[in-house]
Design a protein around this ligand. Sequence first.
Ligand code: Z5A
Length: 204
Amino acid sequence: MFITFEGIEGAGKSTQAKMLYQYLKSQGKPVILTKEPGGTERGKRIREILLSKTDEPFPHIAELFLYEADRNLHINNLIKPYLQKGYTVISDRYTHSTLAYQGYARGLDINLIQQLNNIATEGLQPDITFLIDIPVEEGLKRITRYREKDRIEEEDINFHHRLREGFLKIAQQEGDKVVVLDGTLPPETLFKKVLDTLKERNII
Ligand code: Z5A
Protein backbone atom coordinates (compact mmCIF):
# COMPACT_ATOMS: atom_id res chain seq x y z
CA MET A 1 0.00 0.00 0.00
CA PHE A 2 1.12 3.52 -0.77
CA ILE A 3 0.00 6.22 1.69
CA THR A 4 0.78 9.93 1.38
CA PHE A 5 0.46 12.89 3.74
CA GLU A 6 -0.03 16.43 2.48
CA GLY A 7 -0.59 19.89 3.87
CA ILE A 8 0.75 23.41 4.24
CA GLU A 9 3.84 24.11 6.35
CA GLY A 10 3.46 23.29 10.01
CA ALA A 11 0.22 21.34 9.47
CA GLY A 12 1.62 18.35 11.35
CA LYS A 13 1.82 15.90 8.45
CA SER A 14 5.39 14.78 9.23
CA THR A 15 4.27 14.05 12.80
CA GLN A 16 1.37 11.89 11.55
CA ALA A 17 3.52 10.15 8.92
CA LYS A 18 6.05 9.25 11.64
CA MET A 19 3.34 8.05 14.03
CA LEU A 20 1.93 5.77 11.34
CA TYR A 21 5.39 4.45 10.49
CA GLN A 22 6.10 3.67 14.16
CA TYR A 23 2.68 2.06 14.63
CA LEU A 24 3.06 -0.26 11.61
CA LYS A 25 6.60 -1.12 12.63
CA SER A 26 5.43 -2.01 16.13
CA GLN A 27 2.89 -4.35 14.52
CA GLY A 28 5.74 -6.12 12.72
CA LYS A 29 4.64 -4.90 9.28
CA PRO A 30 7.21 -4.13 6.55
CA VAL A 31 7.04 -0.36 6.18
CA ILE A 32 9.19 2.50 4.96
CA LEU A 33 8.86 6.23 5.64
CA THR A 34 10.08 8.61 2.96
CA LYS A 35 9.55 12.18 1.78
CA GLU A 36 9.58 14.61 -1.15
CA PRO A 37 11.71 16.34 -2.06
CA GLY A 38 14.77 14.34 -1.02
CA GLY A 39 13.74 10.70 -0.65
CA THR A 40 16.80 9.39 -2.54
CA GLU A 41 20.54 10.13 -2.64
CA ARG A 42 20.31 12.30 -5.76
CA GLY A 43 17.00 13.66 -4.48
CA LYS A 44 18.75 15.02 -1.39
CA ARG A 45 20.95 17.14 -3.66
CA ILE A 46 17.88 18.35 -5.57
CA ARG A 47 16.22 19.22 -2.25
CA GLU A 48 19.20 21.37 -1.31
CA ILE A 49 18.88 23.30 -4.60
CA LEU A 50 15.12 23.72 -4.11
CA LEU A 51 15.05 24.93 -0.52
CA SER A 52 18.31 26.86 -0.11
CA LYS A 53 18.36 30.63 -0.41
CA THR A 54 20.54 32.43 -3.00
CA ASP A 55 20.31 35.78 -4.77
CA GLU A 56 19.94 34.12 -8.18
CA PRO A 57 16.36 34.17 -9.53
CA PHE A 58 14.61 30.77 -9.55
CA PRO A 59 12.18 30.58 -12.49
CA HIS A 60 8.98 28.70 -11.60
CA ILE A 61 9.40 26.25 -14.50
CA ALA A 62 12.90 25.32 -13.34
CA GLU A 63 11.51 24.73 -9.84
CA LEU A 64 8.68 22.59 -11.22
CA PHE A 65 11.04 20.40 -13.27
CA LEU A 66 13.29 19.83 -10.27
CA TYR A 67 10.36 18.62 -8.13
CA GLU A 68 9.33 16.28 -10.94
CA ALA A 69 12.89 15.02 -11.44
CA ASP A 70 13.14 14.33 -7.71
CA ARG A 71 9.80 12.45 -7.92
CA ASN A 72 10.89 10.27 -10.84
CA LEU A 73 14.05 9.27 -8.96
CA HIS A 74 11.93 8.61 -5.89
CA ILE A 75 9.46 6.41 -7.77
CA ASN A 76 12.10 4.36 -9.58
CA ASN A 77 14.77 4.06 -6.91
CA LEU A 78 12.69 3.75 -3.77
CA ILE A 79 8.87 3.69 -3.93
CA LYS A 80 8.35 1.04 -6.64
CA PRO A 81 11.09 -1.33 -5.43
CA TYR A 82 9.67 -1.27 -1.87
CA LEU A 83 6.06 -1.71 -3.04
CA GLN A 84 7.22 -4.68 -5.13
CA LYS A 85 8.82 -6.20 -2.03
CA GLY A 86 5.46 -5.95 -0.24
CA TYR A 87 6.24 -2.94 1.97
CA THR A 88 3.78 -0.24 2.92
CA VAL A 89 5.31 3.02 1.68
CA ILE A 90 4.46 6.23 3.54
CA SER A 91 5.50 9.45 1.83
CA ASP A 92 5.56 12.87 3.45
CA ARG A 93 4.37 14.86 0.37
CA TYR A 94 3.84 13.67 -3.22
CA THR A 95 2.03 14.91 -6.37
CA HIS A 96 -0.65 16.94 -4.57
CA SER A 97 2.10 19.24 -3.25
CA THR A 98 3.14 20.14 -6.80
CA LEU A 99 -0.44 20.89 -7.78
CA ALA A 100 -0.92 23.04 -4.69
CA TYR A 101 2.47 24.83 -4.53
CA GLN A 102 3.51 25.19 -8.16
CA GLY A 103 -0.07 25.22 -9.49
CA TYR A 104 -2.51 26.97 -7.18
CA ALA A 105 0.03 29.04 -5.22
CA ARG A 106 2.62 29.91 -7.92
CA GLY A 107 0.05 30.04 -10.73
CA LEU A 108 1.54 27.53 -13.19
CA ASP A 109 -0.89 25.71 -15.47
CA ILE A 110 -2.72 22.91 -13.61
CA ASN A 111 -3.07 20.72 -16.71
CA LEU A 112 0.65 20.98 -17.40
CA ILE A 113 1.41 19.93 -13.81
CA GLN A 114 -1.00 17.00 -14.05
CA GLN A 115 0.76 15.83 -17.21
CA LEU A 116 4.21 16.18 -15.65
CA ASN A 117 3.01 14.41 -12.49
CA ASN A 118 1.81 11.50 -14.64
CA ILE A 119 5.12 11.33 -16.48
CA ALA A 120 7.20 11.58 -13.29
CA THR A 121 5.16 9.01 -11.34
CA GLU A 122 4.78 6.69 -14.32
CA GLY A 123 1.10 6.56 -13.33
CA LEU A 124 1.64 5.40 -9.75
CA GLN A 125 -1.00 6.94 -7.48
CA PRO A 126 -1.33 6.63 -3.72
CA ASP A 127 -3.95 4.25 -2.31
CA ILE A 128 -4.95 7.04 0.04
CA THR A 129 -3.83 10.59 0.84
CA PHE A 130 -4.34 12.38 4.15
CA LEU A 131 -4.56 16.15 3.84
CA ILE A 132 -3.85 17.68 7.23
CA ASP A 133 -5.60 21.03 7.09
CA ILE A 134 -4.76 23.94 9.35
CA PRO A 135 -5.22 27.74 9.21
CA VAL A 136 -2.22 29.40 7.54
CA GLU A 137 -1.35 31.59 10.52
CA GLU A 138 -1.31 28.61 12.89
CA GLY A 139 0.96 26.58 10.56
CA LEU A 140 3.45 29.42 10.13
CA LYS A 141 3.44 30.09 13.88
CA ARG A 142 4.34 26.45 14.52
CA ILE A 143 7.32 26.36 12.15
CA THR A 144 8.86 29.67 13.23
CA ARG A 145 8.76 28.34 16.79
CA TYR A 146 11.23 25.54 16.02
CA ARG A 147 13.30 26.45 12.97
CA GLU A 148 14.36 29.12 10.47
CA LYS A 149 12.05 29.54 7.44
CA ASP A 150 13.28 28.10 4.11
CA ARG A 151 12.99 29.75 0.67
CA ILE A 152 9.36 28.75 0.09
CA GLU A 153 8.17 29.48 3.60
CA GLU A 154 9.37 33.06 3.17
CA GLU A 155 6.71 33.69 0.48
CA ASP A 156 4.08 36.30 1.38
CA ILE A 157 0.91 35.41 3.28
CA ASN A 158 -1.28 35.40 0.14
CA PHE A 159 0.88 32.62 -1.31
CA HIS A 160 0.12 30.51 1.77
CA HIS A 161 -3.61 31.26 1.56
CA ARG A 162 -3.69 30.22 -2.12
CA LEU A 163 -1.82 27.10 -1.11
CA ARG A 164 -4.29 26.06 1.57
CA GLU A 165 -7.26 26.78 -0.71
CA GLY A 166 -5.54 24.82 -3.50
CA PHE A 167 -5.08 21.76 -1.31
CA LEU A 168 -8.75 21.91 -0.25
CA LYS A 169 -9.87 22.25 -3.86
CA ILE A 170 -7.78 19.24 -4.92
CA ALA A 171 -9.28 17.21 -2.05
CA GLN A 172 -12.78 18.17 -3.13
CA GLN A 173 -12.06 17.15 -6.73
CA GLU A 174 -10.51 13.81 -5.80
CA GLY A 175 -13.38 12.64 -3.59
CA ASP A 176 -12.62 9.83 -1.13
CA LYS A 177 -9.04 9.33 -2.40
CA VAL A 178 -8.09 12.34 -0.26
CA VAL A 179 -9.17 12.40 3.40
CA VAL A 180 -9.13 15.87 4.98
CA LEU A 181 -8.36 15.98 8.69
CA ASP A 182 -8.43 18.92 11.09
CA GLY A 183 -4.76 19.67 11.91
CA THR A 184 -5.67 21.77 14.95
CA LEU A 185 -6.63 18.59 16.83
CA PRO A 186 -4.03 17.13 19.22
CA PRO A 187 -1.60 14.71 17.49
CA GLU A 188 -3.01 11.59 19.23
CA THR A 189 -6.63 12.46 18.30
CA LEU A 190 -5.58 13.06 14.71
CA PHE A 191 -3.66 9.82 14.61
CA LYS A 192 -6.70 7.87 15.83
CA LYS A 193 -8.62 9.27 12.84
CA VAL A 194 -5.81 8.22 10.50
CA LEU A 195 -5.83 4.68 11.91
CA ASP A 196 -9.64 4.41 11.92
CA THR A 197 -9.76 5.45 8.26
CA LEU A 198 -7.04 3.01 7.22
CA LYS A 199 -8.74 0.15 9.06
CA GLU A 200 -12.21 1.00 7.73
CA ARG A 201 -10.82 0.85 4.18
CA ASN A 202 -8.82 -2.33 4.80
CA ILE A 203 -5.61 -0.53 3.91
CA ILE A 204 -3.87 -1.79 7.05
N1 Z5A B 1 7.21 21.40 -2.24
C1 Z5A B 1 6.75 21.99 -3.40
O1 Z5A B 1 6.73 23.22 -3.51
N2 Z5A B 1 6.36 21.18 -4.44
C2 Z5A B 1 6.40 19.83 -4.37
O2 Z5A B 1 6.05 19.15 -5.34
C3 Z5A B 1 6.86 19.23 -3.14
C4 Z5A B 1 7.26 20.04 -2.11
C5 Z5A B 1 6.92 17.74 -3.03
C6 Z5A B 1 9.41 20.81 1.56
O3 Z5A B 1 9.67 21.26 2.83
C7 Z5A B 1 8.99 22.05 0.78
O4 Z5A B 1 8.88 21.72 -0.60
C8 Z5A B 1 7.62 22.48 1.22
C9 Z5A B 1 6.74 22.28 0.01
C10 Z5A B 1 7.68 22.25 -1.13
N3 Z5A B 1 7.54 23.86 1.47
N4 Z5A B 1 8.25 24.52 2.11
N5 Z5A B 1 8.94 25.14 2.64
P1 Z5A B 1 9.94 20.36 4.08
O5 Z5A B 1 9.86 18.93 3.69
O6 Z5A B 1 11.18 20.81 4.71
O7 Z5A B 1 8.88 20.86 5.09
P2 Z5A B 1 7.37 20.67 5.15
O8 Z5A B 1 6.95 19.51 4.33
O9 Z5A B 1 6.70 21.94 4.82
O10 Z5A B 1 7.15 20.26 6.67
P3 Z5A B 1 7.07 21.15 7.97
O11 Z5A B 1 7.04 22.58 7.70
O12 Z5A B 1 8.17 20.72 8.86
O13 Z5A B 1 5.66 20.84 8.55
P4 Z5A B 1 4.79 19.55 8.89
O14 Z5A B 1 5.47 18.32 8.39
O15 Z5A B 1 3.44 19.75 8.40
O16 Z5A B 1 4.71 19.58 10.45
P5 Z5A B 1 5.41 18.73 11.60
O17 Z5A B 1 6.89 18.71 11.39
O18 Z5A B 1 4.70 17.48 11.81
O19 Z5A B 1 5.05 19.69 12.83
C11 Z5A B 1 5.39 21.06 12.86
C12 Z5A B 1 5.39 21.54 14.34
O20 Z5A B 1 4.05 21.47 14.84
C13 Z5A B 1 6.25 20.68 15.28
O21 Z5A B 1 6.77 21.51 16.28
C14 Z5A B 1 5.24 19.71 15.88
O22 Z5A B 1 5.62 19.25 17.15
C15 Z5A B 1 3.99 20.57 15.96
N6 Z5A B 1 2.76 19.77 15.76
C16 Z5A B 1 2.59 18.71 14.92
N7 Z5A B 1 1.34 18.24 14.98
C17 Z5A B 1 0.69 19.03 15.88
C18 Z5A B 1 -0.65 19.05 16.36
N8 Z5A B 1 -1.56 18.17 15.92
N9 Z5A B 1 -0.99 19.98 17.26
C19 Z5A B 1 -0.07 20.91 17.69
N10 Z5A B 1 1.23 20.93 17.28
C20 Z5A B 1 1.60 20.01 16.37
